[in-house]
Design a protein around this ligand. Structure first.
Ligand code: HEM
Length: 486
């Protein structure tokens, strides 16, 4: 472990960290560049260090071994710090932003069961994905090699999440088409540390004019619209046993349990909370990954060519399917390297210890907030050698196969975090990304826009507020061949 020792304090060693000011502590840090600043502090104080802010202790960890040890063992770091959003927007019934109590554990089990083990739903999403892929493809064909912002067709594709929820996508002509994005947008503003902490300390501000009140009211407005349109309308038309999407599986579970025992823990509020998590975590993260991947492919035409070569050799003219996941190791490596290099969820979602934790002679007290700096883990010189280079080959062995999961580099690759609170959408995201990005590279070569202006993909230049604001860009897509999706 790379923790640097400080002075010893009785039984336990003191966790090192930068000296702060009296009372306010290490208050000068900038949320916009937390991951970079944490990495720099780590270079001096070690890969686990503490910060004191207004007498509260935060432990930042950017060592994969320590994260494996404390996140995966004994369910000891599974809670969350308080979020204004959880109690005030979702009545404490969301999954991602609250403590891992009995109900949240059940909610997560239900989500995993639904995404990965419900045959009716797999069929619905399989059909849905191939239908959305066609629209996606056609949308890009329509750009006719001219400059376009890839977000536009991608957002339509990511309505796949919509598809997952209710079994259909809203046509673009529907005036409510953008409501999901509106909700995500406002909720992300609400969890910005500046807004979140102000509202937690002065909750009455939500009723007053000013930035915090505005963001709160807009979030409520966007939430109610989505709940009305997606949840209420869908529940009203639910026919018992007929599964159109994820929400129906929740309704079925709710009704079955009610019938069996006369009551259920799975109230409508929990289902709404789960649905919002999928939108907030799922849609935005998938969009980010796809956008960053394209940017990297344009900056690295040699990787784009190699990926296209593999797709042509393995799939020919056939459209990529979920089963092709293991047949495209190079494409997989380009996606893994994109997730590592960009570290798009740089600080995951902070955890809170639900018990005292002892690690390598250090004591982390119950209720301490742990910030996993995934960005720091993914850019550690000792682990990766050249962390600032985009180099997919690092995930391949000498035969061009993906390195095994017990390989030290694979163990240090943790974009979906670790342990009981790790991202439940990991496998879903990795297969969807592969399908989507392989389809794109099969059909098109992506080039910079005509004026050649393309932002740098270097993650040190992103503004990493919460969430990360990565570069927006325009590009061109030149058709390569008539693909099977056409
Ligand atoms: C490239 C795509 C994605 C990335 C990089 C990503 C990454 C993450 C990370 C780092 C966390 C925090 C884990 C922790 O607290 O330690 C998380 C949580 C979560 N993600 Fe994802 N995610 C992605 C896509 C998705 C998708 C598609 C879904 C839904 C189907 C999803 C649903 C969730 C949920 C519900 C949580 C909260 C889990 C909990 O609190 O126990 N994510 N994700």
């Amino acid at each position: 472990l790379k923790i640097k020792e400080n002075r010893s304090s009785r039984r336990f060693k003191a966790i090192p960290g930068p000296r702060g000011w009296p009372i306010v502590g290490n208050i000068g840090l900038k949320p916009e560049i937390f991951p970079q600043q944490f990495k720099e502090i780590g270079d001096t104080h070690g890969s686990m260090f503490q910060l004191q802010i207004l007498r509260k202790t935060f432990i930042v960890i950017q060592c994969p071994q320590i994260l494996h040890e404390i996140f995966e063992k004994d369910e000891q770091c599974v809670n969350r710090p308080n979020y204004f959003l959880s109690e005030n927007i979702f009545s404490g019934k969301d999954l991602a932003f609250g403590n891992f109590d009995e109900h949240r554990q059940k909610l997560k089990e239900l989500l995993l069961e639904i995404i990965y083990k419900t045959p009716d739903l797999s069929e619905v999403t399989r059909q849905g994905v191939s239908c959305v892929m066609k629209t996606f493809y056609t949308d890009i064909v329509k750009t006719k090699g001219m400059n376009f912002n890839p977000d536009v067709p991608m957002k339509t594709f990511i309505c796949d999440c919509f598809q997952l929820l209710i079994g259909k996508t809203l046509p673009e002509s529907d005036t409510d088409h953008g409501m999901m994005w509106d909700l995500c947008d406002w909720l992300y503003r609400l969890i910005d540390p500046n807004v979140d902490s102000t509202l937690r300390i002065f909750p009455f501000l939500r009723f007053l004019p000013g930035k915090c009140g505005h963001v709160y009211r807009k979030s409520i407005e966007a939430r109610d619209k989505v709940f009305r349109k997606v949840f209420d309308e869908h529940k009203a038309t639910y026919e018992h046993g007929k599964i159109r999407g994820l929400l129906d599986v929740c309704f079925k579970t709710q009704m079955d349990e009610n019938e069996r025992t006369g009551s259920t823990w799975l109230t409508d509020d929990y289902i709404k909370g789960l649905m919002s998590d999928i939108l907030l975590a799922g849609m935005t993260e998938l969009l980010k990954a796809q956008r960053l991947y394209l940017l990297l492919m344009i900056h690295h035409p040699e990787c784009q060519k190699k990926a296209q070569h593999e797709i042509d050799t393995v799939l020919g003219m056939n459209a990529p399917a979920l089963e092709d996941f293991d047949r495209l190791p190079y494409v997989q490596a380009t996606i893994m390297e994109c997730l590592r290099y960009t570290s798009q969820t740089p600080l995951a979602i902070p955890h809170k210890c639900n018990t005292d934790v002892v690690i390598d002679g250090y004591l982390i007290e119950k209720d301490t907030v742990i910030i996993p700096n995934l960005w720091g883990v993914h850019h550690d010189d000792d682990t990766w050698g050249d962390p600032w280079n985009y180099r997919p080959e690092r995930f391949l062995d000498e035969n061009g196969k993906l390195i095994p999961e017990d390989h030290p580099l694979y163990k240090a690759f943790i974009p979906f975090s670790l342990g009981p609170r790790r991202c439940p959408g990991e496998k879903f995201s990795r297969t969807r990304l592969l399908m989507c990005l392989a389809t794109l590279l099969q059909g098109f070569t992506f080039l910079p826009p005509e004026d050649g202006h393309l932002p740098s993909p270097d993650p040190r230049l992103y503004t990493t507020r919460y969430p990360m604001y990565e570069p927006q860009f325009e590009c061109r897509a030149i058709p390569r061949q008539i693909s099977a999706t056409n």
